[in-house]
Design a binder for this molecule. Sequence first.
Ligand SMILES: NC(=O)c1ccc[n+]([C@@H]2O[C@H](COP(=O)([O-])OP(=O)(O)OC[C@H]3O[C@@H](n4cnc5c(N)ncnc54)[C@H](O)[C@@H]3O)[C@@H](O)[C@H]2O)c1
Ligand SMILES: [Zn+2]
Length: 343
Amino acid sequence: MKALVLESVKKLSIRDVPISETVGPYDVKIQIKACGICGSDIHYYLEGAIGDFVVKEPMILGHEAAGIIIEKGERVTHLGLGDLVCMEPGIPGVFSPEVLEGNYNIDPDVVFWATPPVHGCLRETVVHPARFCFKLPAGMSAVEGAMMEPLAIGIEAAKKARINPGDTALVIGAGTIGTMCTISALAGGCSRVFISDVKAEKLGIAASYQNVVAINTAQENLEDRIIQETAGRGVDVLIEASGSPKVYPGFFRCARRGGRAVLVGMMNGTVPIDVALLQGRGISIETIFRYTNAFDRAAALVSAGKIDIKRLISKTFPFKDAIGAYEYAAAGHSEVVKVMIEL
Ligand SMILES: NC(=O)c1ccc[n+]([C@@H]2O[C@H](COP(=O)([O-])OP(=O)(O)OC[C@H]3O[C@@H](n4cnc5c(N)ncnc54)[C@H](O)[C@@H]3O)[C@@H](O)[C@H]2O)c1
Ligand SMILES: [Zn+2]
């Protein structure tokens, strides 16, 4: 089948890849209709590695996708042929302790699309466990469906933040992930979400959502502004989504006493944390790694009109121009949130 293959660093090709696919009793076969380009795809494309994950042989990219079910296993009852679904890209083992405890995202043996050596899904068809496929609500397109993967990260952050109705939140970093966290925090019940970035041009799209307040921290002090905006208290919820070590430990001062912080942004290396500050203010810290049980919630919120996801689809390329799409995404235009490829 045709696929977009990362042959080596900065070298992509669209070519036939021999892949044999068997549909097991609990699987479905999906014809891919849309696939987004993620920050991780760009890292593999430009650098050939993310941390310990190194691309050693040609690998198909892509893990944010939606498509149509064209075949199903005999034990699949909740999905039918012709259904348009989005797919959760990471498949855990069945019997790992993490799975049995309900934390399937941290199963060390999880098999995740486009994480070497596992091929991604920017190809004609994939076979996937039906339980990791989610029927899209009526009216949702494949391109919107492919947005459920990055949105699921925002939903996970909102879940971990234990948002109470009316909470205020501060999201650090207005990249794709920070923006997903912002719209998820609003959909999860926040009355106002502050979002900060060091680049003014990154803040425009997030700030176009109602009840979002943009703070350009190249120009003003974050803590001062948050304290002023929250009548001296600080926000209920902090979400770190920049991955910048420079944010630490200062941003914890933006949380109110008893507030919650969720660490989403990843980095290499370590950062200082002011333990006494956290203890004295009773601030609890949560982390997230991808998501659990979030895709159907993400799709339901979009379908209910609680989240406008279309605004974040910046440009869509046909599959024949997939290499151009990667070049465009890798150029890092600041106004671009998500680049999509349609098949
Ligand atoms: N935990 C998870 O499961 C998970 C999943 C996906 C991505 N991530 C991580 O989330 C982070 C964000 O991903 P992304 O794709 O949105 O990246 P991105 O590079 O598009 O966005 C990061 C944003 O942070 C801004 N920034 C940098 N330094 C800053 C600072 N000091 N203060 C405020 N803003 C600052 C940048 O200008 C940029 O707009 C990355 O670290 C990524 O690895 C985590
Ligand atoms: Zn992704």
